[in-house]
Write a protein that binds this ligand. Structure first.
Ligand SMILES: [Zn+2]
Length: 573
């Protein structure tokens, strides 16, 4: 391999030459006979691509690019395969579930959840607590959870399993006992201990109430966290991801990211957002209640931003949480849910305005989790207030999830330059969406929930993400959901509120260049062009020409980040 410095020179030479075909430098690798979707308006497609070091040297026809190959150049003939820029996931939660956590994702019945718990307890006899999560309400009788369902399989050890959105969890009786949560325990600020008819806690802990349990769970060792990070990066690379934006960085995680960076083990690029919190009480994250904002935090975040500027680790954004979720009826709505309640915003507007304006003034990008129409409206008001207070500047604040916006708020995204950070798989109409989410909203609000078309039509920049580990990363699954609004099994026929569908190319843009824009990285990645980082994916089928029903069967064959393979499927030609 050539030295990094030389590679940069070569990329610069290719840039100076204007078009790749005229450059004379040799490439480290060339990809020939491909169908390349670049995402770059200047050259939307190409047949071949050359890489030098970690950068793209040139794009062109197979003959032009073959001419850049020297005796040491690795040549890959892709035989007509589709190539796209490396996928960017704009909203994830790394390092993710512990390697020692039970995973309940995708289990559709109580029997399946109980069987998994029983088996996990049997195979992990020395764990003092059994934790994990990923369950959905639809797996439980009458969508109602209760500690008795866990007690039936694990009584001797405390168990705490989080719902798939992470905004609530279910404890067994032993966990409540260990944590000292009884009928007389008051609800904490921003949280609810659910109680049965008799007044006894049912084990369901919503929002900040989770902290009452989580603070008793022994934290994972740093080796465990490191192993989890490595394992989940492998999974991300296998799904074609080359960059992710982390929506819940905590200082506890930093040594693990630094260790991976020093070891050269990072397989995806990270942008890391520390969390800001409203007033008292804080918000549960992992094993501790995070402390509210202090001036020292701000200084720390600025130091991190100066120190880590990419391309592998980068800071510069801040994340706040304004509300909960529709499924838990904690997303803040203007009008009540079917069945009552309007959720609760975790901030009051004045507090939020002040905090957002502070970070805005300091040059941070602010990400606000807002799902209900009221919370989204508050977020937009706070961004508007910051612009009025601090003057005009190229700000790119973001609303995360933005599931049920007021239709009248849609134009404000473009007007204020606010990015809609949406999650493609949220539009996959599984049982929880149809039987809980849509029912709670009622037909009028459900009809435009998670409608990616509305943001595109309003001219907003829309960056796709997964909210992993809440949902699967898999951008191909996300693209399928955004394009069809059907489950992978093809239900409901014609799609769930099909007016919200978008095209494959739009979905690709949201997963590539819009994601790079959302992290201020569009100059270096998100599209395939000479001089940009060589981050790309080779797919088994051409998702731009096959019927959408074939997208779920499409595989990632090769993921390249910075010119080197981070995943390679055995089926690659
Ligand atoms: Zn999230």
């Amino acid at each position: 391999m050539r030295s990094h410095a030389l590679a940069l020179l070569l990329a610069a030479a290719a840039n100076a030459a204007g078009s790749g075909g005229t450059a004379t430098a040799h490439a480290d690798r060339v990809l020939l006979n491909a169908r390349i979707w670049t995402g770059d308006d200047a050259r939307p497609s190409a047949e071949a691509l050359a890489i030098a070091g970690d950068r793209i040297l040139a794009l062109g026809s197979t003959d032009e690019i073959r001419a850049l190959a020297g005796p040491d150049t690795a040549v890959l003939d892709l035989k007509g395969r589709r190539v796209v820029p490396g996928f960017q996931d704009s909203h994830v939660h790394f390092p993710g579930p512990s390697v020692n956590a039970v995973r309940l994702d995708g289990l559709e019945s109580l029997e399946a959840i109980q069987a998994r718990l029983r088996e996990f307890a049997r195979s992990h006899p020395t764990l003092p607590w059994i934790t994990g999560g990923g369950w959905g309400y639809s797996a439980f009788p009458n969508q109602t959870v209760d500690r008795k369902y866990i007690d039936a399989v694990i009584k001797d050890r405390p168990v705490y399993i989080e719902e798939r959105d992470g905004h609530m969890g279910l404890a067994n009786s032993r966990a409540l006992e260990t944590a000292g949560v009884t009928r007389t325990t008051p609800d904490p600020p921003n949280g609810t201990i659910m109680r049965g008819a008799s007044g006894e806690p049912t084990g369901e802990m919503k929002e900040a109430a989770q902290g009452l349990i989580l603070r008793h769970v022994p934290p994972p060792t740093s080796q465990e966290v490191y192993e989890s990070l490595l394992q989940h990066m492998d999974e991300a690379a296998a799904d074609g991801l080359t960059a992710v934006q982390n929506a819940s960085w905590s200082p506890d995680d930093q040594p693990v990211f630094e260790r991976a960076l020093a070891a050269g083990a990072l397989k995806v690029r990270f942008r890391l957002a520390p969390m800001i919190l409203p007033g008292e009480g804080g918000y549960p994250k992992g094993h501790a209640l995070m402390a509210p904002l202090s001036e020292k935090d701000l200084d720390d975040y600025k130091a991190l931003r100066d120190r880590y500027r990419g391309p592998l680790l980068k800071f510069g954004s801040i994340k706040g949480v304004l509300d909960g979720t529709v499924d838990a009826r904690t997303a803040a709505m203007f009008e009540p849910y079917v069945g009552g309640g309007t959720g609760l915003p975790f901030w009051d507007q004045e507090d939020l305005d002040r905090t957002v304006a502070l970070y805005d003034r300091e040059g941070f990008q602010v990400l606000l989790h807002a799902i209900g129409d009221k919370a989204i409206h508050m977020a937009l008001d706070a961004f508007e207030h910051a612009a009025k207070t601090n003057g005009s500047r190229g700000r790119r604040h973001r609303v995360e999830h933005v599931e049920v916006p007021l239709l009248s708020d849609l134009p404000r995204f473009r007007q204020l330059g606010v990015i809609a950070s949406t999650q493609a798989l949220f539009a996959s109409p599984d049982a929880t969406v149809l039987e809980n989410f849509a029912v709670l909203l009622g037909p009028e609000r459900a009809s435009h929930a998670d409608s990616f078309r509305l943001f595109d039509d309003a001219g907003a920049v829309q960056a796709f993400g997964s909210d992993w580990a809440v949902f699967d990363f898999a951008p191909l699954k996300g693209i399928y959901a955004a394009v069809t609004r059907m489950t992978p099994e093809g239900t409901p026929k014609g799609g769930w509120y099909p007016a919200g569908r978008i095209g494959v190319e739009a979905a690709l843009r949201h997963y590539t260049r819009d994601g790079a824009y959302a992290s201020f990285d569009e100059e270096v990645r998100g599209t395939l062009a000479p001089g940009k980082l060589a981050d790309l994916v080779v797919l088994s089928r051409d998702i731009l020409s096959v019927p959408p029903s074939e997208i779920p069967a499409t595989k990632v064959l090769l993921t390249v980040m910075g010119g080197r393979d981070t995943f390679r499927d055995a089926d690659l030609p």
